[in-house]
Design a binder for this molecule. Sequence first.
Ligand SMILES: C[S@@+](CC[C@H](N)C(=O)[O-])C[C@H]1O[C@@H](n2cnc3c(N)ncnc32)[C@H](O)[C@@H]1O
Length: 288
Amino acid sequence: MFTPQPTDDGSYTFYSEEFDELFHSHSGAKQEAQYKFIEPCQLKEKAKNQDNIKILDICYGLGYNTAAALDNIWTINPNIKIELLALENDINVCLEAINTKLLNDFSETTINYLKILSTIYKVQDKNLNAQLLLGDARQTIQTVIQNEFKADAIFLDPFSPPKCPQLWTVNFLKFVSQCLNKNGYLATYSCAASVRTSLQLAGLKIGATRSIGRRSPGTIANWNGENLPPLSQQEREHLQTRASIPYRDPNLTDMADRIRERRQKEQQTSSLEPSSQWKKRWFHSQTT
Ligand SMILES: C[S@@+](CC[C@H](N)C(=O)[O-])C[C@H]1O[C@@H](n2cnc3c(N)ncnc32)[C@H](O)[C@@H]1O
């Protein structure tokens, strides 16, 4: 059972006891979908210029990112065909979001599609082909690759790296990057140096999505580096510290503890600057 928790933009999220974390930031579940995922992936621009859009939603959860994508795209171009693959390992989250009417701010069409998706895991209609792949995303990503699905937009939305390192490892992200088409964007809310480095090691170029209010920036990535808002000097220096050491999971089967320990050991023997020094330097320069 998940209890709806209000966020600052008036939309609701859930709290996960398993991960000891909210499913969205306090500042707003709906805003997060819009500003950390939909806008950075340029979905509205793509909707104007394409007649088909492919989306990979990693960690579908309550369905906010998918719902926001469908509504944004069809508002611009009601005739466009959307192909969606969503990865999630806990169907109860998807069902409870529907049952508690958390998504009722989205259009009726979108809500109905999400209901079907959460109930029979598949939607096949004139403007939407969607499938919910249930299970550990480290395994289901292999199905996405076998299907040769190349997304215009990938939403990467696991719980935070310290809580769910399995889905932020360089090994997993290398598979994820194989699912991005040559003009596509991958967006995530995380600005962690380890995540950014892993995306680079997966061959992608990265930029920062701008922070709104007090929220920290996220990350947007693509293959060619075009149209990416550049990282600030502070962010670039962060990538030279021990915080940038990636999480690793060579066989994509390790438990979170094992992945965290492996990274900690690598950090302890690293010659990179400790990130506490980087923090002090930037805090000092901002307060003098
Ligand atoms: C931060 S929430 C995602 C929120 C969601 N994107 C939304 O818009 O509502 C993270 C989700 O990842 C799921 N998850 C956790 N571990 C997973 C795994 N190994 N494979 C697939 N999904 C996982 C959780 O059940 C949870 O729904």
